[in-house]
Design a protein around this ligand. Structure first.
Ligand code: FPP
Length: 241
């Protein structure tokens, strides 16, 4: 053990969540439009997903667009929607072909209807799969997700347990993220998976997302593996388990 290399001792997180920040700054430094950064970001997102599944990760959640991001200039939003129109189905189809179920999480009714249709079709193609999953967060906000779940609980008319409540979130039925990675130098969660993040290890990278390589992902996983996860218990309790 040691260094930044994954070996047979390395604990691989079951669920990794990724805040893909820094596409715009990466492009700007190259005197290129922000949309160029998003394009590269999308390619990197697919590469990282493939690498993570190869390493044995079962679930990956990516933050592609927050509800707050919808306030961005229309030109930038159109660039992101065009990426979905032109590449999403093919790219996700390639990753999901290894038996991965796709879920889009967030209020997709806020997206253009043709984009909604592509997302629905991409999800439908993976309905046959279970056990591994990708969640793409689009028009997503964690507070919104929690309030939505609370309202579903109220509609049921009965008090709910923590477990039942988490079943009402978009990620219902999936394990919580073990590791949340944010690229792009910012050190905050920005309304991402706030309920599910309760015990997640957090990892912040100074790399801009398009330059967050497979090797960088491995570094994050090695760091995750090194941290002792106590879930509020003592070392002694963990040793006797
Ligand atoms: C935030 O960083 C990133 C986004 C708003 C978009 C993330 C999208 C992708 C990585 C690829 C597209 C994926 C799909 C499914 C459409 P920023 O680019 O605003 O960076 P900045 O903080 O440098 O401005």
């Amino acid at each position: 053990m040691g260094g930044n290399t994954i070996d047979k001792e390395t604990k691989i997180p079951r669920h990794i969540a990724l805040i893909m920040d820094g596409n715009g700054r990466w492009a700007k430094r190259r005197l290129m439009p922000r949309s160029f950064g998003h394009r590269r970001g999308m390619e990197r997102m697919i590469g990282l997903m493939e690498h993570a599944f190869d390493l044995g990760v079962d679930y990956i959640t990516v933050y592609a667009l927050s509800t707050e991001n919808l306030k961005r200039p229309q030109e930038e939003l159109n660039g992101l929607f065009d990426l979905i129109r032109n590449h999403f189905r093919e790219y996700m189809g390639r990753v999901c072909a290894r038996g991965v179920r796709l879920r889009i999480i967030g209020d997709t009714s806020l997206l253009p209807t043709d984009v909604q249709e592509i997302l629905r079709e991409s999800e439908a193609e993976t309905e046959k799969y279970e056990g591994k999953g990708i969640n793409v967060a689009l028009c997503y906000g964690a507070r919104d997700e929690i309030v939505r779940a609370a309202n579903l609980a109220v509609e049921k008319g009965e008090k709910v347990t923590e477990e039942e409540f988490s079943g009402l979130l978009y990620t219902g039925g999936q394990p919580d993220p073990d590791l949340i990675i944010r690229t792009g130098k910012e050190v905050r969660l920005s309304n991402f998976l706030l309920y599910q993040a309760a015990y997640a290890e957090l990892y912040f990278s100074n790399k801009m997302f398009p330059e967050f390589s497979d090797k960088e992902l491995e570094k994050a996983i090695v760091e995750f593996s090194r941290r002792t996860r106590r879930f509020g218990k003592t070392d002694e309790q963990l040793q006797t388990e």
